[in-house]
Every structure is written in C-alpha cells, then in structure tokens.
Design a protein around this ligand. Structure first.
Ligand code: Q9C
Ligand code: ZN
Length: 374
C-alpha cells in the first residue's frame, strides 16, 4: 500500500498541552507519526512517499477563510503582541450564555472576531485549550491536508484501491469555522469533499477514532452527499462532550446521513466489531465507490486518554471488514496516543485492509512494540 507522509509535521513540535487549566505533557506529539512511519517502513510492504502541494482552495471549500487566515498569522501575532507563552492557547471563549436573551440578529452582529489580542482571537476560533499552536503549526496543518489530498489522488488518479495518509496534526475535531482537539484543518472532511467534487458520487466517512469527530459531523450536517458514521466514547463521559449522541442524525438534505455509535467505558473487541458491522451496513446501504476512514488508535487498551479495551488483533479485523465493503479506501490518521503500540496497530489495520495476515513483529524485535496479545 502507498503511504503519504510529510516531514512538515516535525515543526509542530508540541511538548506541553493544558488540561483543565494545568500544563501537562502533550499527547499529540511528533513521535507518534515517526513511530508509525518507521514501523511501516520496516514492514517492507508499504511504499512511503511525500505529498504534492494542493494549495488553499480545497481547504476553503470546507473551512471558513477566516480560520485559515487566523491560523496563518496567529503565532506571529502572539510574538508581536509580546505575550510570553511557549504556545498559543485561548484566553476567553464566547460561551453561548454570554449572549442569552439577545436576538439571533444581535448575536450574529456581536459575536465577531476580535482584532487585537491573540488570546481573544484564539477563543473566537478555538474549541478548547487542548490544541496548542506553535511556530510550525500552520505549516504542519497545511502539510497534513496535502498528505490527505495526495492520498485522494492515489486512489482517484493512480489506480490504487487504498492509500494511507499519515496525517499529523489530525483533523476530525476541526469544524468549518473552528479548530480544537489537537486538530487545525479537517483533513478527512477536505478529502471527502474533494472526492465528491471529482467523482460526482456520494462518499462515506467511517470515523474509528476513540473520540467523536464533531468537526466532520458539523461540516456535513446538512449534506446529502457525504454520510458520516462514527464509533466513539459516549460524550457523556468524554471529549468533545457536547456532540456525538445517537439522536444527532443530520438535518435538511443531510437528514439520516449522520450515524453516531457511542460505546461504554471498557468497550471490548467484541463490542467494537459489533459497532463496526453496524457502521459497514450503513455504508453499504448507499451508493458510492470511495470511503474515507478517520483512523484512530486511541481506542487501544493502553491509550493514556481513552478507556476502551481494544487489542492489536482487532485492528486487523476492523481493517479487513472495512475493506470487505469492496470500495476504494482513503485512510487518514487521526488520534492514538500510546506511542509504543502505534506502529504495530497501524501495521495491523493496514495489513487487514490489504488482505494480508497480521504477522506481528517479534517482541524485542524492531522497536518496542508495546502490543498486547489477543
Ligand atoms: N487529558 C484526537 O484524538 N482532550 N483528539 C484531551 C487529555 C482533547 C483528542 C484531554 C482530546 C482531543 C484527534
Ligand atoms: Zn481521538
């Protein structure tokens, strides 16, 4: 399988994030993508190449141009304003209750981008304090979009039945006009939109990251040409808290096109495969020849921010079942934070999608697999 990787991610070199007001070691770090790339190179069955540049047009087809402009200048604004921070994080968010009682007309007039403070501007465009922005973030986020769009090219133009984009930073929490949750541009949504534009077909997104992809859901909420299906931790106990419930099914043209499958804490391989089958049925029910996979490994039993109990073997089976839909796959990396297992889990998933046996690397062999048997 062809793999797309960009070294631009290395300059998004985060070491700290804030969690509930306290600085903590970052989860979404460069080592993640390097672990996956190295494992796929060692496998021998993957050809890793760099993306081609696709420009900003496919991004602004999905995102507000203001978000792109903000991300482009945010770091230099923080520096110019001499706010001494190692990364940019919001000061104040426009909580909806700030505008309680005001008319829709007044709200749309009053809720606007502040012009002169990086912390206020980050609050306007950001969802949370978990997406630290540094000097290299914009370049890395643009690189991740190019990775996703190059994977689309491989499938649409180069005759590949599947391609893997090793996107970093991830994307599925980024909405049309919002970044957050370690995500800046929504790589999978940009890819899905591009596929609809170029094929004229319907596209399905299956999101198997541990978290609900609120950004992807928001972007396609009213669209009848992109079906979004997500298996994730119940938002009652997990980020992003305010979206991801089963009664969110889309509106207008998108009515019935959004499927949320939340799972309990401790969800097992068996629970996950059952949800995978429901998701695959929802894909098979509509026409189309391409599926975008938002692939996360934060469902793994040892993930530091997840609470599912999945093992490496199940990723092989999920990859196999998604490929068994018989559609072309654009597979894009989202989350997954247990660094030692990321390489093996990616190999397992992608080999499953290619119909190759898993063939785990021997313990103590290449790297430190961190994989748990079973
Ligand atoms: N204590 C993705 O997996 N909250 N994003 C982290 C950690 C934000 C996850 C809290 C989680 C965002 C792409
Ligand atoms: Zn996640």
């Amino acid at each position: 399988m062809r793999v797309v990787y960009s070294p631009t991610h290395l300059a998004h070199d985060i070491d700290t994030e804030t969690y509930m007001g306290i600085p903590v070691p970052a989860n979404e770090v460069a080592e993640r993508a390097e672990r996956i790339r190295t494992a796929l190179e060692a496998d021998g069955g993957f050809q890793v190449g760099e993306p081609t540049e696709h420009g900003t047009e496919p991004i602004t087809a999905v995102h507000d141009e203001g978000l792109l402009r903000f991300l482009e200048v945010a770091w230099s604004e923080l520096r110019a304003q001499q706010i001494p921070r190692p990364f940019l994080s919001a000061d104040t968010y426009p909580n909806r209750s700030m505008f309680e009682g005001m008319s829709d007309e007044a709200i749309s007039r009053l809720v606007r981008e502040p012009t002169a403070h990086a912390g206020g501007r980050a609050g306007y465009w950001g969802l949370d304090s978990a997406a630290p922005l540094v000097a290299g973030t914009y370049g890395a986020a643009r690189g991740a979009v190019d990775v996703a769009l190059t994977a689309v090219d491989l499938v649409l133009d180069a005759g590949e039945t599947a391609a893997y984009g090793l996107c970093r930073p991830p994307g599925h929490h980024a909405a049309r006009s919002m970044y957050g949750g370690y995500c800046f541009f929504n790589n999978a949504a940009i890819a899905a939109h591009e596929i609809t534009r170029r094929t004229g077909e319907r596209v399905a997104i299956i999101d198997v990251d541990y978290h609900h992809g609120n950004g992807s859901q928001q972007i396609f909420w009213r669209r009848g040409d992109v079906r979004y299906i997500s298996i994730h931790a119940d938002p009652d106990r997990q980020y992003p808290y305010f979206l991801g419930r089963p009664d969110e099914t889309g509106e207008g043209e998108g009515s019935g096109e959004n499927l949320n499958l939340p799972l309990r804490a401790g969800a097992t391989n068996e629970d996950y495969l059952e949800a995978t089958d429901r998701a695959c049925e929802a894909i098979a029910a509509v026409p189309g020849s391409v599926v975008v996979v938002s692939l996360g490994f934060d469902t793994y039993g040892l993930d530091p921010i997840g609470d599912f109990a999945l093992t490496t073997a199940v990723y092989h089976e999920v990859g196999r079942r998604v490929a068994a839909l018989g559609r072309r796959l654009v597979i894009l990396q989202e989350g997954g934070y247990h660094r030692p297992s990321l390489g093996e889990n990616a190999r397992a998933w992608l080999r499953g999608a290619e119909g190759r046996p898993f063939d785990p690397l021997p313990a103590g062999g290449f790297g430190e697999s961190g994989a748990v048997a079973g």
